[in-house]
Design a protein around this ligand. Structure first.
Ligand SMILES: [Zn+2]
Ligand SMILES: [Zn+2]
Length: 203
């Protein structure tokens, strides 16, 4: 029987310098402000840490350019998943509702399990056709109207088994994409597509 290896869950503070000890042990509240900046509230004051800029508004940074306890605390909280990393934000997944960190710029917040990016390959559960995803829209399937038919995605004959409030995914048929520089884009209810690993596609 294999045994789990022994590991420490926090650094040995006896070996750490004072700023690191304080970063781990002092009560602080870290609030993401977006753009890689975080507000850090301590018992004494409130400062702003700019992670990409490697800056803090505290005197320790201002006068000594120190890697101050606030910058260390923000790094600890990012590493532990307590706050989003720069470029990410906390959001409920627009498909499954699960809370996670998503790219700050994402129009439609999707968790790691539900994320569909431009170029991802998916299979149409109705026809088994292979599709290449273009984008996920925030629109509901019963609100997005297909121009060619004048009806919503949800009202389309073959989509009746999928939730009316599904997100809409725009995709092209892989065969079209291989033959045509400008393949026609189709709209699908999110649940109709099954994501596959790119490696599984052979033509
Ligand atoms: Zn600081
Ligand atoms: Zn999700």
């Amino acid at each position: 029987m294999s045994r789990a290896s022994k590991t420490a869950l926090a650094p040995d503070l006896r070996d750490c310098d004072e700023r690191t000890v304080r970063a781990w042990t002092e009560p602080m509240a870290v609030t993401p402000l977006g753009g890689g900046c975080y507000r850090v509230d301590t018992d004494a004051d409130t400062y702003t840490v700019d992670v990409p800029g490697h800056r803090c508004t505290c005197p320790d940074y201002h006068f000594r350019h120190a890697h101050c306890k606030h910058r260390r605390r923000v790094a600890i909280e990012i590493t532990q998943g307590r706050v989003p990393a720069p470029g990410q934000r906390r959001a409920d997944c627009a498909h499954c509702g699960h809370e996670s960190f998503v790219p700050e710029t994402a129009d439609v917040p999707l968790c790691a399990d539900c994320r569909l990016d431009d170029g991802d390959v998916a299979v149409d559960r109705e026809t088994a056709d292979t599709l290449v995803v273009r984008r996920v829209l925030p629109d509901r399937a019963d609100e997005y109207v297909i121009e060619a038919t004048g009806r919503s995605v949800a009202a389309h004959d073959t989509n009746e088994d999928y939730p009316a409030d599904d997100l809409v995914v725009e995709a092209v048929y892989l065969g079209d994409q291989l033959r045509n520089d400008d393949p026609r884009v189709y709209a699908f209810p999110y649940s109709r597509l099954r994501q596959v690993e790119d490696a599984a596609v052979v033509d």
